[in-house]
Write a protein that binds this ligand. Structure first.
Ligand code: AN7
Length: 359
């Protein structure tokens, strides 16, 4: 693999790669599987892993699918790309657009707090044209679907099948690392592209006997933005996890297929449960993710109460995005005040000199 090798080169035999497909890459994929030291043992899991998708080049899992979508866009000679986004898709599209000289247009919901500041800053730094739609993500997605059909602009949302193709490589990596599928895969669900992609990946590896088993797909939506759980679109979705504040997921049907074929479930977690999991991940595992990503762990911690046994199970939680994307949530929710001190050793010692009794 080249120095910037990524998922296309590594998994090209499983991807829609032709002799004319450029090997788009900037180091996406091959993300760490970190063994849980606290939450997994407490739940009685045989092993719980966090797959750190925040280690991708723009800080989220979107880079896997974006690399593939950009490669196919270049192959067919596209000059412009467009997407709607709650933040991470726009950051990823903007980065690959910049690197491969595609003009990038992103439509984001305009309301305050709709998109985390780190993601907007990224998209703007990469030089994307950022247009704030006075409406929801769902309205923005409807607009870009219509605009890309009418204008000559490549749509790079996950309704583009190449996005799903790229993102399924996350499942391949898990099986390559573990030697088989886990018993359970826990994943946040927003527009539902990623749960669709992972299920496709697990099934494809199983079909070629790279895996003996298939996981149960456990998807989690935020309570105030849980259309799949409720069985109807949510007009005004609300949740602190802005990445998954989506009321009418584009991949609704394939997500139901993933759930049902795998004997899985799609359930809701409250914002309090998301924040508890978010802080627990940071404080007991050293994993700083964005709130939407913590929905996978919040969901896992809820499974015993839903009657799903975890004892002896191998579980993977997809940690979809880096915590630095959304610093204001940590600032507001961590509720830890600074302590101030005079620049004098005695004063510092008075604060921190007591022996440590527990770590
Ligand atoms: C961190 O960027 O939809 O269910 O426009 O950023 O595949 O949508 C982001 C989604 C989970 C949900 N975790 O994945 C967007 C966008 C993070 C995310 C999801 C998103 P899907």
């Amino acid at each position: 693999m080249g120095a910037t090798g990524g998922i296309i080169e590594r998994y090209r035999q499983y991807l829609p790669v032709t002799a004319r497909t450029p090997l788009v890459a900037m180091g996406e994929g091959n993300t760490p599987m970190v063994l849980s030291r606290s939450i997994g043992p407490e739940l009685g899991c045989k092993a719980l892993y966090f797959k750190l998708e925040g280690c991708n080049p723009t800080g989220s899992f979107k880079d896997r699918g974006m690399a593939m979508a950009i490669a196919k866009a270049l192959e067919k000679g596209a000059k412009r790309i467009i997407c709607a986004s709650t933040g991470n898709t726009s950051a990823s599209a903007a980065a690959y657009g910049a690197r491969y000289e595609l003009r990038c247009i992103v439509l984001v919901p305009a309301g305050a707090g709709e998109v985390a500041v780190g993601k907007l800053a990224q998209a703007m730094a990469y030089g994307a044209r950022v247009i704030a739609v006075k409406g929801s993500f769902d309205a923005a997605l409807r607009l870009v679907r219509e605009a890309s059909a009418r204008l000559d602009i490549e749509l790079v949302n996950s309704v583009n099948p190449n996005r799903i193709e790229g993102q399924k490589t996350g499942a391949f990596e898990i099986v390559d690392d573990l030697g088989d599928s886990p018993d359970l895969l826990c994943i946040p669900v927003g527009n539902a592209g990623n749960i669709t992609a992972y299920w496709k990946g697990f099934k494809e590896y199983w079909q070629v006997a790279k895996a003996r088993n298939l996981p149960r797909m456990m998807g989690f939506q935020a309570e105030g933005a849980a259309p799949i759980v409720r069985g109807e679109p949510v007009e005004l979705p609300v949740t602190i996890a802005s990445a998954i504040r989506i009321g009418n997921p584009a991949s609704w049907k394939p997500a139901l297929v993933a759930r049902d074929e795998s004997n899985g479930m799609i359930e809701a977690v409250s914002d309090d449960q998301i924040i508890d999991a978010y802080l627990r991940l940071a404080r007991s595992e050293g994993v700083f993710c964005e709130p939407a990503s913590a929905a996978s762990v919040a969901g896992l911690m809820k499974l015993p109460s839903l009657g799903v046994p975890l004892a002896g199970k191998t579980v993977v939680c997809i940690i979809t995005g880096n915590g630095l994307k959304d610093p204001s949530t940590a600032e507001r929710r961590a509720r830890v005040d600074f302590e101030f001190v005079e620049p004098v050793l005695d004063r510092v010692e008075a604060l921190i000199g007591a022996p440590v009794t527990r770590i």
